[in-house]
Design a protein around this ligand. Structure first.
Ligand SMILES: N[C@@H](CC(=O)c1ccccc1NC=O)C(=O)O
Length: 327
């Protein structure tokens, strides 16, 4: 292909190695803090939110969804079913009277929000990712944070398979759930987006997936091949293409056209991250998905998730309104 054509269709192809490294280093685009401090702050806020979630909420921690050591998840149960919200414990209350405190929670109905953390498939952990637990569980939503085998232990194909099985596990454990809402951040958004294409037949269950929140994600992995992020990943071009929802999505139809897919990016994400989100959103629309796009003002790659600790944050409100269909 001629160089001009490449640059128009894929501007990263005309970038220097240095510029590409910059574009795919989210912490370098943080304006409120230096890069290292931004990463440290993100981890600290995640650890503190997780400590609070485990101290104040009923939780089931390190539950295996498969045999590999990395295949575990944490479940944070709804704190209460507030007045005026659909969902929560409403169905049980209507059908069976007031819920005694001893009723097994597996038999109650609630929406489930699953979070797939980021960290370029090589860092991050569910144990520092419970940002949104307090505000969501306060509104009657269960939150699940998913662990998977990051590199170098796990390959990208394995991670995609693990996230698929974690969702099937949650569906089997909570068969009366009022919808599974899948959220992924950054590399986790790529893993979440791959679930739009998942084949559930082998897993013996079709999860009740009702919505996706894809936050500051990477959907075309080819540019990553040319950056230092690929050192522990060892992605080949074929690996990158097989795991790029941007390429795969162009070839498929929505399994469930009523499922909401919200693609979200921060004002202070890099231009390449913004382009990736915009183009993935456009591809979803062309493919017939019920997609929406939001560029959130005044937030960077890390604040966009850190702020989910706050109930009045715009993204927390978007998530709650989507779950409770208040649009
Ligand atoms: N080394 C990366 C770290 C990074 O990208 C990151 C860190 C925590 C959570 C998500 C991240 N990005 C994508 O998965 C950076 O420069 O920001």
């Amino acid at each position: 292909m001629d160089v001009r054509g490449d640059a128009l269709g894929a501007p990263w192809k005309s970038m220097s190695a240095e510029e590409l490294e910059n574009q795919y280093s989210p912490s370098r685009w943080v304006v409120r803090l230096g890069a290292e401090e931004a990463l440290r702050t993100y981890t600290q806020i995640g650890i503190e939110a997780t400590r609070r979630a485990r101290a104040t909420r009923r939780s089931l921690l390190h539950i295996p969804y498969g045999d590999s050591t990395g295949e575990t998840l944490d479940i944070y149960l709804p704190h209460k079913a507030p007045e005026g919200r659909r969902g929560g414990f409403g169905f049980c209350r209507r059908a069976l009277g007031p819920a005694p405190p001893t009723r097994p929670l597996a038999f109650t109905a609630f929406p489930v929000f699953m979070f797939v953390h980021g960290g370029y498939w090589q860092c991050g952990s569910k144990d520092e990712s419970a940002f949104m637990v307090e505000p969501l569980t306060a509104q009657g939503v269960a939150v699940v944070t998913v662990a998977y085998d990051i590199a170098p232990r796990g390959s990208l194909d394995q991670m995609v398979d693990q996230v698929t099985r974690s969702i099937a596990f949650v569906q089997k454990r909570y068969p009366r759930n009022e919808g599974i809402y899948l959220c992924g951040h950054s590399a986790g958004a790529q893993l979440a987006a791959m679930m739009l294409l998942a084949d559930w037949t082998e897993l013996g269950v079709t999860p009740n997936l009702k919505g996706f929140f894809l936050v500051s994600g990477v959907y075309d992995l080819e540019p990553i091949l040319c950056t230092s992020q690929n050192a522990p990943l060892h992605l080949t071009l074929e690996d990158a293409q097989r795991n790029s929802p941007q390429l795969l999505m162009a070839l498929t139809q929505p399994a469930d056209p009523t499922c909401h897919v919200l693609v979200i990016v921060g004002q202070h994400d890099s231009p390449e991250f913004q382009r990736q989100s915009r183009e993935f959103y456009q591809t979803l629309c062309q493919g017939g998905w019920k997609a929406a796009f939001e560029e959130l003002r005044d937030v960077d790659h890390f604040e966009i998730i850190e702020n989910l600790t706050q109930e009045d944050y715009v993204l927390t409100q978007i998530i709650l309104k989507t779950i409770f269909q208040e649009f």
